[in-house]
Design a protein around this ligand. Structure first.
Ligand SMILES: Cc1ncc(COP(=O)(O)O)c(C=O)c1O
Length: 465
């Protein structure tokens, strides 16, 4: 046995590294609530300690973990402290985190049934549960990917396969370059990840037929051009700023009648389909062809949990096809048939754990809670002197503090406070503060603490010199 192996086996037997990591992780999690939501300037300076040359020789595992725990932890962003409202970032439910830890120790390659029966089984259960939860067609299949960006790319790849096949073209054999033209229909408020996916798949931005949106960011139904079987139209369940949902009930049946492919980007908003409260917003959403969604947003799974759901199983598996004489497929589910990747971690395990733990009523309760907190945040922000620019239909709130300059400066002060963190954006030509209530850990009392910081920052900025 080599010296290297000896050391590794000893580490396995004594579990010193795992125990050290476990202790650090538990103390990190317990203290999250009291700690600054964002690293201080002083902490950011400490990142320089990682600027070393690649070591010539083996190091000391405990010292490496210690560096990571001490300096690394100071430079994390604490999504789970209840006062983080940036991007659309969820935070991990304890059950999801625990399941992910176990899965990390199992270190499974989720590519095939034969490489991990447990990963194959749990991903097939997640597929079935998600299909039921969102009321999707019973033949809907799911691929488990890193996030919605990749999930949408998969959905559009499936759409590209199917729409070209309607036009007598097999892209898997004949390729894209001489293929008949497809038409891509997007709302002007489509998330940039969809445009990135289209670019990767060979659709240039000049090819896109852009449709105007209303003041909430919803596609104007009357502005959609006539659709046909060469079309792929992408709709949104949840605009990244306003949280608005496109009018699925009017658009989807018409698009389907014209044989267009409908993809729904539901990164965080697809979860509205799990609660009766949002039945009007999600009406007819299930009639689309494909849907992308994240576990790591509204459901609060740990990160790296995106899902492509596709009602046309053969379009997705054709688009993702891969063969090799050594690739041993099975009668059961082989996960790699539904995604671009082959080897990957078994991300379905923590998704399964979160779904199993919350159940239908727990998921609905979580989704409703995020909405209620967004409504509460908007109300308190308005009382504090901010202007709320959107209808708070889901978990997103858009604020203005007056002019672009004051909004940007106040946003900077909020970000520097360490107490609360949110981002900015341009919304309908105006600088805004974006609030996304996406963490299970946000409570009314954390919102109150945040609003008091928002209020102080506004008052300080408006103070006469
Ligand atoms: C509507 C929408 N689509 C796509 C994405 C990208 O998702 P991900 O970061 O998981 O790739 C986001 C991210 O916030 C989003 O809000």
């Amino acid at each position: 046995m080599s010296k290297l192996q000896n050391i590794m086996f000893e580490q396995v037997q004594t579990s010193t590294l795992l125990k050290q990591a476990c202790d650090s992780a538990i103390s990190y999690q317990k203290n999250s609530h009291q700690r600054a939501v964002y690293p201080s300037q002083q902490s950011l300076e400490l990142l320089k300690e990682f600027d070393t040359q690649l070591p010539e020789h083996m190091g000391d595992g405990e010292a490496i973990l210690d560096l990571l725990a001490k300096q690394g932890e100071l430079n994390t962003v604490r999504y789970s402290n209840g006062r983080y409202y940036g991007f659309v970032n969820g935070s991990a439910l304890p059950i999801g985190l625990a399941a992910k830890w176990l899965a990390d120790v199992w270190d499974q390659n989720a590519a095939l049934f034969v490489t991990s029966p447990i990963a194959a089984k749990l991903e097939s259960i997640c597929q079935q549960w998600l299909q039921q939860l969102f009321g999707l067609p019973t033949n809907t299949v799911a691929g488990f990917v890193g996030g919605t960006s990749i999930a949408s790319l998969c959905g559009i790849a499936a759409a590209r396969y199917r729409q070209l096949s309607h036009l007598g073209w097999d892209i898997t054999q004949q390729g894209l370059f001489a293929a008949p033209a497809l038409r891509i229909i997007l709302g002007r408020q489509t998330h940039s990840s969809v445009v990135k996916g289209l670019n990767i798949l060979g659709f240039g931005q000049q090819q896109i037929e852009w449709v105007d949106c209303d003041q909430q960011g919803r596609i104007k139904v009357e502005s959609i051009p006539p659709l046909d079987k060469s079309c792929i139209i992408v709709l949104q369940a949840g605009n990244v700023c306003s949280g608005a949902f496109d009018d699925f009930h009017t658009i989807i049946p018409k698009a389907k009648a014209a044989k267009a492919w409908v993809h729904v980007d539901g990164a965080f908003g697809l979860w509205a389909g799990a609660s009766q409260r949002f039945a009007t917003l999600t009406k007819s959403m299930h009639l689309a062809d494909s849907w992308s969604v994240d576990g790591h947003k509204t459901l609060n799974t740990p990160y790296d949990c995106g899902v492509i759901l596709c009602a046309d199983a053969s379009a997705l598996t054709q688009a993702m096809q891969q063969q090799g004489s050594y690739i041993q497929t099975s009668e059961s589910r082989d996960n790699m048939m539904f995604t671009p990747d082959m080897s990957r971690r078994a991300r379905g395990i923590e998704l399964w754990a979160c779904l199993a733990y919350l159940g239908k009523s727990g998921i609905a309760e979580l989704v409703d809670l995020l909405h209620q907190h967004a409504v509460y945040f908007a109300k308190q922000a308005e009382i504090a002197g901010f202007k709320v620019l959107n209808e708070v239909v889901f978990n997103q709130v858009i604020l203005s503090a007056g002019s672009d300059e004051s909004t940007q400066n106040i946003l900077k002060s909020i970000q520097n406070s360490g107490v609360s963190w949110c981002g900015g954006a341009t919304w309908m030509g105006q600088q805004v503060i974006r609030i996304s209530i996406c963490s299970w850990a946000t409570t009314q009392s954390e919102i109150d603490k945040s609003i008091s910081i928002f209020s102080n920052c506004l008052a300080e900025y408006n103070q006469p010199m």
